[in-house]
Design a binder for this molecule. Structure first.
Ligand SMILES: Nc1ncnc2c1ncn2[C@@H]1O[C@H](COP(=O)(O)OP(=O)(O)O)[C@@H](O)[C@H]1O
Ligand SMILES: [Mg+2]
Length: 231
């Protein structure tokens, strides 16, 4: 397993949000977490990248215990993150936003050919301000910035939120290429079933800070997916 989370908990002040999450990601696979708003999906991703500290449990990344490592050390080990809402810096250019991805590496330069081959629009727009891109273009930039950090495991938090279907399909194709051509493992948080279904190998369903069901993609029907998502 590239990621093994065992009995992960999380609190914001007095309120407990995660109640013992168990989840695994296989190498070079796409794993999707589904569940309604507020069940703790984003909170879980934040415990994986180290923005929140689990009170109990263990996180293993490639069998290494990262439970108490700070975020920058987890990033250096190869955990990349595409946050919900993208978090592009609006006053920086596309190129400058991409450069931020280098912070988690020892590299000095962006692998521009590789990035622009995956995201041709970013080459064309490399001197534009991030804030002047459309939502879909910003999402592509957020993924490209994470790839610049050379992740082995890429976490994406609702990458299709507020994005038109044609761009969502483009993003699905890119995520499949990252898995197949670069062997990157992906942990995706997603609420759109069509998008998840088109790329995922494995599902976890969350409710109230816990995993309530899990399945290989090939062994679950749309009806079952719908029923877990409407708990
Ligand atoms: N910074 C925060 N401070 C306090 N409560 C928060 C904070 N962020 C999220 N929450 C609460 O934690 C719960 C889980 O939120 P979140 O992980 O964002 O859910 P999801 O991503 O599944 O929609 C929600 O009840 C939310 O209101
Ligand atoms: Mg969320």
């Amino acid at each position: 397993m590239i990621l093994e989370a065992k009995n992960i908990t999380a609190v914001y002040g007095e309120s407990q949000i995660l109640w013992g999450m168990d989840l695994q990601v296989k190498p070079a696979s796409i794993t999707t977490i589904m569940g309604r708003n507020g069940v703790g999906k984003t909170t879980f991703l934040k415990t994986v990248i180290g923005l929140l500290q689990s009170q109990e449990g263990t996180l293993l990344f490639n069998a290494k215990n990262i439970t108490t490592l700070p975020p920058h050390k987890r990033a250096k080990l190869g955990i990349g993150y595409v946050p919900q809402g993208r978090e592009i810096i609006p006053k920086l250019t596309v190129y400058e936003n991409l450069k931020l991805g280098l912070e988690s590496t020892t590299e000095k330069t962006i692998p521009e050919d590789e990035i622009y081959e995956l995201f041709p629009i970013l080459k064309e727009f490399r001197k534009r301000l991030g804030g002047n891109l459309s939502g879909g273009q910003q999402q592509q930039l957020a993924i490209a910035r994470a790839i610049t950090g050379r992740p082995k495991l890429l976490l994406l938090d609702e990458p299709t939120e507020g994005i038109q279907p044609s761009i969502s399909q483009e993003i699905a194709r890119i995520l499949l290429r990252l898995k197949e051509e670069k062997g990157i493992s992906i942990l995706l948080v997603e609420q759109k079933i069509d998008f998840a279904k088109s790329i995922t190998d494995y599902y976890y369903f969350m409710n109230r800070g816990r995993v309530v069901a899990e399945s290989e993609a090939a062994k679950i029907s749309i009806e079952e997916i719908n029923s877990y998502n409407s708990i």
